[in-house]
Design a protein around this ligand. Structure first.
Ligand SMILES: NC(=O)c1ccc[n+]([C@@H]2O[C@H](COP(=O)([O-])OP(=O)(O)OC[C@H]3O[C@@H](n4cnc5c(N)ncnc54)[C@H](OP(=O)(O)O)[C@@H]3O)[C@@H](O)[C@H]2O)c1
Length: 335
């Protein structure tokens, strides 16, 4: 396992981290067995992963409870990240939200506490003052943000310090490459990437849009003709499955899995501190850990990148997966 310094902090996080969302079931994920989830977390720890990601609103706090149970005997050896929801960014609400997370995690400090989504109706100065207070009290070690575009990040950094920006990033979802990636690099804010496997698509298990269940096809990669889709865009399904077939051919040629290629590619990009994988069972985690063993020359990675350049261009610079450009939830804080 590689370890990387998070932003300017003294936290050394594993390059691969584990997200505790899909393994608590619900929403897009379906039922989950707690024994399997605990075994997956144990396997991650044994494989060198020291960085675990949760949020107050994952499965109504169940994700934090599970992570608290899984880490109670090794609290000082792990780095726990949690998130305060957008509706709790007013000063008192944020302090209360943090207390709730601490209780559910069964700990007296959170290593990295993110603002989960921007909320332009609450002044950033108020949110940052609450985070600073929590830091002074030792209840959080460092602050972070998530889903902050380059303008919002700039405004936030005028009011305080964050060490990480958690963003959607994968070979199929490259919107952050337009602006926010460079701005994170310039400010020494680490990018922690979520959905690096596009909820399993980049493992090669679906070979056509029909294989993807509707509840995982509501984002802008998919046509708005799909059930439950609200973004109104045309999607990039055809280009996407062509790229996936091309990637599979390259992987077969190199003797690696698509999971390995997708994660290794993401890990190699600018300003990326850690890639947060979602795994529901130990076997999936094993396959993700194998990504660290892959070494390919730069020309090979350039070939991989080229496969999705067209998709990046079609989808444009809006990192919001679910909302069209004019309703993006990114970069909405007033001047
Ligand atoms: N900040 C935010 O707004 C935000 C948003 C989303 C997620 N997150 C965080 O990021 C984490 C990761 O996101 P994600 O869960 O979307 O990541 P992901 O790694 O793209 O997708 C995870 C899913 O892919 C499938 N999968 C993983 N490995 C596999 C394998 N080897 N073979 C086949 N299928 C495999 C599994 O789903 P199945 O087995 O069910 O198919 C798994 O649950 C979350 O847990 C959460 O902590 C943050």
């Amino acid at each position: 396992m590689q370890y990387r310094r998070l932003g300017q902090s003294d936290l050394e996080v594993s390059a691969l981290s584990l997200g505790i969302l899909s393994m608590v079931g619900g929403g897009s994920w379906g039922a989950q067995d707690e024994g399997e989830a605990l075994r997956t977390i144990d396997r991650a720890y044994d494989g060198g992963i020291n960085f675990f990601d949760t949020a107050e609103n994952y499965a109504d706090g169940e994700s934090e409870r599970l992570l608290g149970r899984a880490t109670k005997t090794r609290r000082s050896e792990v780095i726990i990240a949690s998130k305060v929801s957008a509706e709790h960014l007013a000063y008192d609400d944020l302090i209360r939200a943090c207390e709730g997370s601490l209780r559910r995690l069964n700990t007296d400090y959170i290593d990295l506490y993110y603002i989960h989504w921007p909320n332009p109706s609450i002044p950033l100065s108020e949110t940052m003052a609450a985070l600073e207070h929590l830091q002074q009290q030792g209840k959080i070690r460092v602050a972070g943000c998530s889903n902050f575009g380059h303008k919002d990040l700039g405004k936030l950094l005028l009011r305080g310090r964050v060490e990480a920006n958690q963003l959607p990033y994968s070979l199929l979802w490259r919107a952050i490459e337009y602006e926010v990636m460079a701005s994170c690099a310039a400010h020494q804010v680490s990018i922690t990437c979520y959905s690096p496997l596009e909820q399993g698509l980049l493992t090669g298990k679906c070979t056509s849009p029909q294989h993807v269940p509707d509840h995982r096809a509501r984002n802008r990669l998919y046509s708005c003709q799909r059930a439950g889709v609200e973004h109104g865009g045309r999607g990039v399904e055809e280009e996407m499955f062509r790229a996936l077939a091309g990637l599979q051919r390259l992987c077969d040629h190199w003797g690696i899995t698509m999971t390995q290629a997708a994660l290794r590619w993401t890990l190699a990009q600018e300003a990326v501190g850690s890639v947060i994988v979602g795994c529901r069972i130990p076997d999936q985690l094993e396959q993700s850990l194998a990504a660290l063993e892959v070494e390919l020359p730069p020309e090979a990675w350039a070939e991989v990148t080229a496969l999705t350049d067209g998709i990046k261009e079609t989808l444009g610079p809006n990192p919001d997966k679910y909302s069209p450009e004019d309703q993006s939830r990114y970069d909405r804080y007033p001047e």
